[in-house]
Design a protein around this ligand. Structure first.
Ligand code: TXA
Ligand code: MG
Length: 357
């Protein structure tokens, strides 16, 4: 059913493409995906962070299809994806010098820049009526080939149904959007696994609106001081990035995060089991042996948080395939990539944290 309560059953083409192939732009599947985008259809494709759901960013009725397919609130603006620096000149104005330094270091890559929007070119539906626009150049050969072939800037949110964990494989996208979109390019699992860092560059000092693949420490090494939107650190503050106010990344069963020793976490598991719940535990390879629960899901290793980030959404989704009705997750130190991991986990848990006294 779509938002109007009408059944949606459009044919969704699935194209498998080897991301390591030579001259991807010449592949028939890439050309077909790009042609559909140019013809104002919506197509999902891999990026280095998560799968995106793309549409021509310059046309309202193409962009509307994204909101319709995802069930996304219309006041949540989209990120515009581009293949080269020159496309930026049509989209943004008053670009400060620091942006060129950031682009040089981090593009293509998981850094989205919020800039002053140039009037008229990008659809108002993309920017949800704001006078700013979010732009990124993804670091993925398939995404770049499609963007180059399509020759238009492409608005692309994560290719999940609104509120659910972002897709890191084409199978996740099929599960969410088959029958609702024109095509899905399967380029294998994505790398980073969490969405891009969103950085507001319209202020004197750049502000992180959403933590992601590029850390605050990495940004500061390149451009000096960087602020973090107060809403990310103080509860109850309205976020500057509209998307950050929504519940997100949530599996079907409720999630709580436990801060404390493995023994304390196991005590919480026991307590929930006594209350009648079937409990799932989200852990890491170091600690899997500590727990006794109905389902244990191992997500990467603490010694390399990149592995936790890349597996997090698949781990959260995997609980949906079991019959657990309560999920307990370990917590992670809030530094480096741990900031983005905890941001997503806290949202999945609606900020439910159980702390050891
Ligand atoms: O890694 C990513 O960024 C993925 C891949 C597909 O590129 N995309 C993605 O898009 O995560 P989405 O729509 O799921 O998240 C976009 C975020 C939202 O939090 C939105 O509110 C924010 O970017 N955003 C977009 N335009 C903005 C603007 N002009 N000002 C502030 N925040 C903005
Ligand atoms: Mg999203």
């Amino acid at each position: 059913m779509n938002l109007m309560g009408v059944a949606v059953h459009m044919e969704t083409k699935l194209w498998v493409v080897d991301k390591n192939g030579d001259n991807l732009k010449s592949y028939p599947h890439i050309k077909e995906a790009a042609r559909l985008l140019t013809n104002n259809e919506v197509v999902a494709f891999p990026t280095e962070t998560v799968y995106g759901l793309g549409a021509n960013a310059t046309l309202d009725h193409a962009v509307n299809k994204i909101f319709e397919a995802k069930g996304r609130p219309s006041d949540n603006p989209l990120i515009v994806h581009i293949a080269n620096r020159t496309q930026l000149d049509d989209i943004a104005s008053d670009v400060p010098d620091v942006v060129d330094i950031l682009i040089e270091h981090f593009w293509p890559g998981p850094l989205t820049l919020v800039l002053r929007k140039k009037a008229t070119y990008i659809s108002e539906r993309v920017t949800a009526g704001l006078d700013t626009v979010a732009v990124r150049m993804p670091d993925h050969p398939i995404a770049l080939a499609i963007l180059e072939e399509a020759k238009v800037p492409v608005a692309a949110p994560s290719a999940n149904l609104s509120g659910r964990p972002s897709p890191t494989t084409a199978a996740h996208v099929v599960d969410y959007l088959k029958g609702r979109i024109s095509g899905i390019v399967d380029g294998g699992p994505t790398g980073v696994g969490l969405e891009s860092t969103v950085l507001d560059c319209t202020e004197e000092v750049p502000v992180i609106l959403r933590p992601g693949g590029i850390t605050k420490e990495q940004l500061e090494r390149v451009c000096g001081q960087v602020h973090v939107d107060a809403a990310l650190v103080v509860e109850g503050q309205a976020p500057k990035s509209p998307g950050m106010k929504y519940t997100h990344y949530a599996p079907k069963a409720p999630v709580s995060i436990v801060e404390g020793s493995p023994q304390f976490l196991q005590d919480v598991v026991k307590e929930k089991q006594l209350a009648g719940f079937k409990v799932g535990v989200l852990t890491t390879s170091e600690r899997e042996g500590f727990y006794d629960a109905e389902r244990i899901v191992i997500c990467g290793t603490r010694s390399d948080l990149k592995t936790v980030a890349s597996g997090l959404y698949d781990a959260l989704r995997s609980f949906d395939e079991s019959d657990v009705d309560y999920i307990i997750s370990e917590s992670f130190p809030q530094e480096g990539l741990g900031v983005a991991i905890m941001n997503r986990l806290l949202k999945a848990a609606s900020f439910q944290v159980i702390r050891e006294k």
